[in-house]
Design a protein around this ligand. Structure first.
Ligand SMILES: [Zn+2]
Length: 344
């Protein structure tokens, strides 16, 4: 057990308990402080362990609502195995309404952590060394935060290991969203520094989402979070009910958006105020404008068109309108009706 993070109850005990991960902290106001991260455990006999995480980024609230509701309502007799829930990983960022912790830390680049580091490092280290090893599956719920708006979706990284990939596809589809986004490894980023990357490295099954964003959690996006989480827990076998498919729910077949090519990603090459011209879910042709950058100091100056670099479906658009050179403003995926049709 890590010396610098302690759960306030026994994670292996039967039944439902709520408490905290208590993390040694030292601030200007309180030299010998304890930082508290709420954690809930529901255990009923032998079976899989599923770790449900939200608030990895502070300003992504849909998953936090879904995880908090699950933590309040799920009872031991509804569980086969164990569910461990941390409804908000990045407490200080969630309170500040920001993606990153006030210290500047991006928690989703903090893995595998450091037990002697800052609070965020200690928390990442505990999750990596104590929680991932006991988890069969990890749920990590994201949305676009203030900066981006995703068509509400579950998604995956297209890993090279085919058996792992097929497990990830099955998990992704179980969220029952209308679209599923397929990403490459993130450029310029060590994949193991991401929470899901570290979980994947340790062999857990993964459920990852982007449930909307743009600084607002709507009824619709929060419902997608709650319904998807519930079905994912069935899919993982920790809620002993058969998972439902979109077909069984009377919904259309999902669309897979392949976002692995570099031309999927559209960046602002000027500073200004960005206007989205194409809604998420709509088709766009290569060379057509997806948005415009306005110069509000000189509104009579013609706005600069930002062009699609490939034909496809807009899966991500800009959230917060002000942009600067190099900001992502849109992601365009090549649509597929069947996951089997995606090229290697
Ligand atoms: Zn996020």
């Amino acid at each position: 057990m890590s010396g610098t993070v302690s759960p306030s109850f026994d994670l292996n005990a039967e039944g439902k308990e709520k408490g905290y991960l208590i993390i040694g902290d030292s601030t200007n106001e309180s030299g010998w402080a304890n930082f508290h991260v709420p954690i809930i455990k529901i255990k009923n006999g032998d079976g899989p362990t599923v770790l449900v995480l939200a608030g990895n980024h502070g300003d992504e609230y849909e998953g936090q609502f879904a995880a908090a509701e699950l933590a309040r309502e799920l009872l031991p007799d509804q569980v086969h195995g164990r569910v461990i829930i941390i409804p908000c990983l990045s407490q200080t960022a969630s309170k500040a309404g920001t993606r990153h912790w006030p210290s500047g830390v991006n928690f989703n680049r903090s893995f595998p952590g450091d037990e002697n580091g800052a609070v965020s490092d200690k928390l990442a280290h505990f999750i990596s060394t104590e929680l991932f090893p006991i988890s069969d599956a990890v749920v990590d719920m994201h949305s676009g935060g203030r900066g981006m708006y995703f068509i509400p979706c579950s998604h995956m990284i297209w890993v090279s290991n085919k058996s792992q990939r097929s497990r990830m596809i099955s998990s992704m589809i179980s969220w029952n969203t209308s679209h599923h986004l397929i990403f490459p490894e993130q450029p310029g980023t060590n994949p193991a520094s991401l929470l899901p990357g570290d979980a994947e490295r340790q062999g857990t099954d993964l459920y990852t989402t982007e449930l909307g964003g743009a600084g607002v959690a709507t009824y619709e996006t929060t419902k997608i979070a709650k319904d998807g989480l519930s079905n994912a827990l069935r899919h993982a076998g920790v809620i002993p009910l058969p998972p439902q498919t979109r077909q069984e729910l009377g919904l259309s077949a999902p669309i897979f958006l392949d976002m692995r090519g570099s031309n999927s990603y559209v960046y602002a090459m000027d500073a200004g105020v960005y206007e989205n011209l194409i809604p998420v879910g709509e088709h766009v042709k290569e060379g057509e404008p997806v948005g415009m950058i306005h110069n509000m100091d000189h509104p009579s100056v013609k706005a600069i068109e930002v062009l699609a670099r490939q034909s496809g479906v807009v899966g991500v658009m800009r959230g917060f309108p002000r942009v600067t050179l190099g900001d992502l403003v849109a992601v365009i995926g090549k649509p597929y009706k069947s996951i089997e049709d995606l090229p290697e």
